[in-house]
Design a protein around this ligand. Structure first.
Ligand code: GLA
Length: 391
């Protein structure tokens, strides 16, 4: 079993000495956490609602300025140094795109970067659905902004990072990941309206319940292509629905009754995609209310419904995610389980009564390994705060 109860490594000297293995000088250090989404799967790019929390696992960027318009980036995870000219930044099809993409977006916004040495290290599993990519983007954005002495507002940082991912990496992701990574608050869940970007921090008492993350160890290889295909299907849904309801701009604006009225006219796949998004938005709103009223059994049911809809209507689950969820639901103290993140692999999130957490982590690991031959990773972490500078 691999059961990680994360300890936070906020040792500045450690990150400085790691940096100095590759570059001279004393860097500034920025840390950005990974995220899990309690509920609200694939609603963000449909201008809907989400309820993410942050994890105590971080991507760390150590950075010093250069004056020769060169960007030198060392990745501890990849064990690789890549160098770029600031004057000619383009996608490279590898890990550096997140960093180069953010630099390019900042330059396009007239931030006068003159170069940097960067050391980057991620504790967040890459491709595990915990938003390692958005964490890199936010940490590096904060690093670059520190070099030009700018304190940009948090929502704008999130937008710039999202654009970098959309344009440079080609993943047309919504705003959820970057937004919660800048705005998340310790021991709170973030209720976010992805259209207006209005948000509310809702206190998440963890005395009686815990959110346990189970990593299937299947990386979401289908990645960008399947994700972008879902976006196109939702856009098609909006286009067809607009023929009857001209005032709608996104699936966010459609009620279940309106959708049901057109059930027999929409192509089946499009109807199911729309049904998922519209019903999921309702579940997010109900979940936010349930958390406020400490109704965790209700929250668990909504989380279960979310997974079933992502599996059957939105079709973004996979065998291993379904096995992890089904095994979890059979264990004592479990109130609900679902896949979290984009899907096709990565992690599940399970709502477990605190007194059963120890038993749960042991049982789920053994049972998942017996069934799949894969050794999962289990993370039990308190909801963490947003990205910060280590001072
Ligand atoms: C990925 C994307 C997010 C969101 C989720 C699905 O994590 O980056 O923007 O769309 O998938 O909810």
């Amino acid at each position: 079993m691999n059961h990680t109860n994360q300890k936070i490594n906020n040792n500045k000297e450690y990150f400085i000495s790691e940096f100095q293995k590759h570059f001279d000088g004393i860097p500034r250090i920025f840390r950005a956490p990974g995220r899990i989404n309690l509920i609200g799967g694939h609603t963000d790019y449909n201008e809907g609602f989400v309820l993410p929390i942050l994890l105590n696992q971080y991507t760390t960027v150590a950075i010093t300025p250069r004056n020769d318009y060169q960007l030198h980036v060392w990745s501890e995870n990849m064990n690789e140094l890549l160098t770029f000219s600031i004057k000619d930044l383009k996608p490279n099809g590898n890990w550096s795109d997140y960093i180069v993409g953010v630099a390019k977006e900042l330059l396009d916004e007239n931030f006068l970067l003159s170069g940097a040495n960067v050391c980057i290290k991620s504790e967040i599993p890459i491709g595990g659905g915990l938003s390692s990519s958005a964490a890199v983007e936010v940490a590096i954005a904060k690093g670059f902004l520190s070099l030009v002495g700018n304190t940009m507002n948090k929502s704008k940082v999130a937008r710039i990072c999202q654009r970098a991912e959309n344009k440079f990496v080609g993943m047309k992701s919504g705003i959820m990941d970057q937004f919660v990574i800048v705005q998340g608050k310790i021991n709170h869940v973030l209720f976010l309206d992805c259209r207006s970007l209005e948000f509310e921090h809702i206190s998440l008492p963890t005395d009686n319940i815990r959110f346990v993350v189970c990593n299937t160890k299947i990386t979401h290889k289908l990645g960008a292509s399947a994700y972008n295909k879902r976006i196109i299907e939702c856009e098609e849904g909006v286009r067809l629905l607009q023929e009857v309801y001209p005032n709608i701009n996104a699936l966010r604006d459609v009620s279940l009754r309106q959708l049901t009225n057109l059930k027999n006219t929409l192509p089946n796949v499009i109807q199911r995609r729309c049904y998922h998004v519209i019903s999921e938005n309702e579940r997010v709103i109900k979940s936010a209310a349930a958390i406020k009223q400490n109704q965790f059994a209700l929250l668990g049911n909504l989380i279960n419904e979310s997974h079933d809809s992502l599996r059957d209507n939105y079709e973004v689950s996979c065998n291993e995610l379904n096995i992890m969820v089904e095994l979890a639901r059979e264990l004592p103290g479990v109130l609900g389980a679902r896949l979290t993140g984009g899907g096709f692999g990565g992690c599940t999130i399970t709502l477990v009564e605190t007194e059963y957490v120890e038993n749960f982590t042991q049982e789920i690991s053994t049972k998942y390994e017996q069934k799949t031959g894969l050794i999962p990773e289990i993370y039990v972490s308190e909801p963490a705060g947003g990205a910060f500078e280590l001072v």
